[in-house]
Ligand binder design. Structure first.
Ligand code: NAD
Length: 227
């Protein structure tokens, strides 16, 4: 069975109405990254950071998976060696039916106690004085990985990249490391590499197909399943 590793980024959720970060009009043109997505920003003003993620959570709850998320779930069901690694903190892959998705930047719908490491389902509205259900500390944060923190699941991802026959990057600008380096790891280990994106990114791939994810991803999945 061919092992496929798929990396998704904000672009796969763009047509579900969730903003990307770096495109014109993206979230980073509206918000200051240093203030809302760094440990230092959270230490300075936790209420502002919670308000930012509360708004993201509300947006994500109102969004629906699109044809690209659904096509990947279809691929996973037919090809059990398919792993989805996502930089997205939304839950649209899961709601489309995908399983075992590795959220390397954490999950919007999970909360984390900075004191004891307990994780639980995040309420719609989080606030700085929410107590941890395990230890009672008032150091609750969203379970997301901020700039300057280590992404999750890196050892498993590295091992799967090294075993992959095919690596596919979907809707990611290739500007945020370590995810931007996955294509190089996979190629060095012998995988074929493919990019599906609105426009070609900075990464070097064997092939690129340009277009909106809701069109190019289902078309590619159909080809894989037909072959
Ligand atoms: P990015 O904003 O840097 O890049 C988005 C990429 O998607 C661009 O290359 C753009 O050309 C492409 N794109 C835009 N619309 C598209 C469409 N309809 N179809 C296909 N491609 C499209 O996003 P990134 O590379 O994921 O950056 C990484 C960071 O962004 C991560 O930290 C991630 O956690 C975060 N992020 C997540 C969400 C989410 O969870 N939905 C949303 C915004 C940003």
């Amino acid at each position: 069975m061919t092992d496929i590793v798929i990396l998704t980024g904000a672009g796969i959720s763009a047509e579900s109405g969730l903003g990307t970060f770096r495109d014109a009009g993206g979230l980073w043109s509206e918000y200051n990254l240093e203030e809302v997505a760094t440990p230092q920003g959270f230490a300075r003003d936790p209420a502002k950071v919670h308000a930012f993620y509360n708004a993201r959570r509300a947006n994500a709850r109102g969004a629906e998976p699109n044809a690209a998320h659904r096509a990947l779930a279809r691929l996973q069901q037919a090809r059990h060696g398919t792993l989805i690694v996502t930089q997205n903190i939304d839950d649209l892959h899961e709601r489309a039916g995908s399983r075992g998705v590795l959220h390397m930047h954490g999950q919007l719908f999970r909360a984390l106690c900075a004191a004891c490491g307990q994780r639980w389902d995040a309420p719609d509205i989080m606030a700085p004085d929410d107590p941890c259900p395990a230890c009672g500390a008032r150091t609750t944060r969203p379970d997301v990985v901020w700039f300057g923190e280590f992404p999750y699941h890196m050892e498993r991802i590295q091992a799967r990249l090294e075993a992959a026959a095919l690596f596919v990057a979907i809707g990611t600008s290739g500007e945020v490391y370590p995810a931007a380096g996955f294509v190089d790891i996979a190629r060095a280990a012998g995988a074929r590499t493919l990019e599906l994106n609105l426009e070609r990114s900075a990464g070097v791939f064997d092939a690129t197909r340009e277009g909106p994810a809701s069109e190019v991803v289902p078309a590619w999945v159909d080809e894989v399943l037909a072959g």
